[in-house]
Write a protein that binds this ligand. Structure first.
Ligand code: G1P
Length: 287
């Protein structure tokens, strides 16, 4: 079954990125010249999503505006014979249908995903978290959608992390079905090293059955007093098959300052028109 809908939680205050996020939504901060959330929406679209449901909050209208047309800007660019730039802007407006839903209170990631239930309905859907950029030939979400299609089961993307970092992620446990695929029977949100069921961490990519919504409704506040998606997934694993897939690709933690700089350098070096200049700059600064 094709995954037609994707949910992108983007309601957070972005406190880890202050002062940049005082007046600008964290998701609008660019990696080179493309806002982080555009990278995420493009991944969802490349995986087949037609409707992208963005969970937003007060003062974050810039996100919706970014995925709309901007006729004043586009007409101005046309008149100035800058058709390429006008097209660049229009293309973003054409990417997908954006459905913005407000999460009125910050009650956790699980709660944010539940806010999307009316727009998702009764079909499988993807969830992509905005702090994780994953660079891969086949988009990570597409890799997961393909697993969903062949296995007819919900699936979370995972990557191996050092033992010292398990406390930063949702961690899965279960039985390996092949070197990349696990049948999950346990999930723990940000466990201490000694309580982690494995070193396989979820860096923010999921393709889920709509049954997850009932599971979230049943989930009590967990870590940090928030309704955790990881806890709802534990309930889902008891009701339906849940898989974890070790995806192929490079992941950048853009919610972290160094991870953000890492992604910026990597994405700049991938651009043929920027690569020589950026290489020179790096050499200059490392002298
Ligand atoms: C969230 C999830 C966690 C996941 C992480 C990935 O945590 O709760 O399970 O591993 O995103 O980035 P956060 O980083 O928002 O605290």
């Amino acid at each position: 079954m094709k995954i037609r809908k994707a949910v992108i939680p983007a309601a957070g205050l972005g406190t880890r990125f202050l002062p940049a996020t005082k007046a600008v939504p964290k998701e609008m901060i660019p990696i080179v010249d493309v806002p982080m959330i555009q990278h995420i929406v493009e991944e969802a679209v490349r995986a087949g999503a037609e409707d992208v449901i963005i969970i937003t909050a007060r003062h974050k209208e810039a996100i919706e505006n970014h995925f709309d047309y901007n006729p004043e800007l586009e007409d101005f660019l046309d008149k100035k014979s800058k058709a390429e730039l006008a097209d660049l802007s229009r293309k973003i407006g054409k990417l997908c249908n954006v459905i913005a839903i407000r999460q009125k209170n910050p009650m956790g990631l699980g709660h944010a995903v539940l806010c999307a239930a009316p727009a998702v309905g009764n079909e499988p859907f993807a969830v992509l978290l905005g702090d994780d950029l994953i660079d891969s030939e086949v988009p990570c979400t597409k890799q997961l959608a393909d697993i969903y299609a062949t296995q007819n089961a919900s699936v979370v993307g995972v990557m191996e992390v050092p033992a010292s970092e398990v406390n930063k992620y949702g961690i899965v446990g279960g039985k390996m079905m092949n070197p990349r695929l696990m049948h999950v029977d346990r999930l723990v949100e940000k466990p201490a090293e000694k309580d982690a069921p494995s070193r396989l961490a979820i860096p923010g990519r999921y393709v889920l059955s709509p049954k997850i919504f009932d599971c979230i409704r049943e989930t009590k506040p967990g870590k940090g007093g928030e309704i955790q998606l990881t806890d709802a997934l534990q309930l889902l694993a008891q009701k339906e098959k849940l898989l974890a897939y070790q995806f192929e690709g490079t992941r950048y933690d853009t919610g972290d300052r160094l991870g953000f700089i890492d992604a910026t350098i990597a994405f700049a070096l991938k651009r043929p028109e920027l690569r020589p200049g950026v290489t020179e700059l790096l050499k200059k600064h490392l002298k």
